[in-house]
Design a protein around this ligand. Sequence first.
Ligand code: NAD
Ligand code: ZN
Length: 380
Amino acid sequence: MSSTVGQVIRCKAAVSWEAGKPLVIEEVEVAPPQNMEVRVKILFTSLCHTDVYFWEAKGQTPLFPRIFGHEAGGIVESIGEGVTDLKPGDKVLPIFTGECKECRHCKSSESNMCDLLRINTDRGAMLEDGKTRFSKNGQPIHHFLGTSTFSEYTVIHVGCLAKINPEAPLDKVCVLSCGISTGLGATLNVAKPTKGSTVAIFGLGAVGLAAAEGARIAGASRIIGVDLNPSRFEEAKKFGLTEFVNPKDHNKPVQEVLVEMTDGGVDRSVECTGNVNAMISAFECVHDGWGVAVLVGVPNKDDAFKTHPINLLNERTLKGTFFGNYKPRSDIPAVVEKYMNKELEVEKFITHKVTFSEINKAFEYMLKGESLRCIISMEN
Ligand code: NAD
Ligand code: ZN
C-alpha cells in the first residue's frame, strides 16, 4: 500500500486566482478522499473550451481561487470509505457529469442526467461535506466540475470516474473524457442521422469535429462545416467534412445559406460553438418535416434562445445534450475500446503538447483558435 494513503498530499497544481489571469503553479495540499471519493494521480490533462469560459468568467459565475480542468486521464492513488468499484492502481478517466447508478436518470436508458452527480458548474466543493479537498496554507481552493484535473492529485466522486482498459495510453485517450466523446455522442446518440443524410456542424473545434466524425461513421453523404475561423476548414477536411460555410462571407443569415445549399434544409445539425446566435441558426437550418438540431455548446448565463414557434410547428425538433448522452461509467470504457480496436482515431484531434509548467500556453492556443486539443503532461 502506498505511504500516502490517508495522508494529506502536497503537490503541484495550476491555481486560477483571478478571472482571466494566467494560472499559477503552486504547491497545494490535497486532503485524503472521504466517503465515496477517490484520490487520483493525474498523468495527462487537456484543455476544453468550457474551462476557458469559467476561467474568463465573462458570461459565467466567477468563483476563485479555483483549480480548473476536466478532460484528463489518471491512476487511482487511494479510495475513501464506501468505494467498492475502484482500487489503487486502476486507470481512470474523470468525467464532469457523473453516474450514481441508482437514481431515476441512471436507471433510464434515455438519460445521463444523474440526479446526484449531473454537471454543476457553480459548485466549488465536494458533495459529501460541502468542503474543498484543496488548500494552500489553510486557504481553501475551489473545485471545478467535480474533477479539477489541473493538479498532480485531485479528489473525485467515484461516480465521476470511468474505469478503463489498463493498456489504454492516457496521453491519447484523455481526450475521450470530455470533448471527443461529447461530439461523437451528440451525433450518434442524439442527432442519429441516417445513411445518406446531410449534416451541418456549427463550430469546428475538437467537439464539432468529433460530431462530424460521428456523422461520417453514421454514413452521412454531405457534412457541411460552419465556422467563423477559416483556418479551421483545411484541418476539418481530415475529418470527412465535404463543404464549408463561413457566415462572414455572406450578407444573409447563415441558416438561409444552408437552406439554399440543401434544397430546403439539412437533415441534422449539431451546434458546438457556445454562441447563442449559432444555436438559433443551427435550429433554423434544419429541414421541416423531419430535421433535428442538437445543441452542445455551453451558453452564457444570461443567454436566451429565440425563434418563432412556427419553426417547431413545422415539425422540426430541437434537442440538447451533455456529454453526448453517454453514461460515464457504463458507456465510456466501450468508447475507449473503440480507440483500442482502431475503430476510432483520437490522434488527429491532438494538435499541441505542453508540459504542466507551460499550461498557460494551452489557453493561448485555444483563445487564438490555433489548437484542437493541447495535451498537458503532468510529469515534469
Ligand atoms: P473550440 O473553441 O475549440 O471550438 C469552437 C469553434 O466554434 C471555434 O472554431 C470557433 O471559431 C467556432 N465558433 C464560435 N462562434 C461561432 C459562430 N457564431 N458561428 C460559427 N462558429 C463559431 O471549443 P471546443 O472545445 O470544441 O468546445 C465547443 C463547445 O462545446 C464549447 O461551447 C464548449 O463549452 C462546449 N462543450 C459542451 C459539452 C457538453 O457536454 N454539452 C462538452 C464539452 C464542450
Ligand atoms: Zn469539456
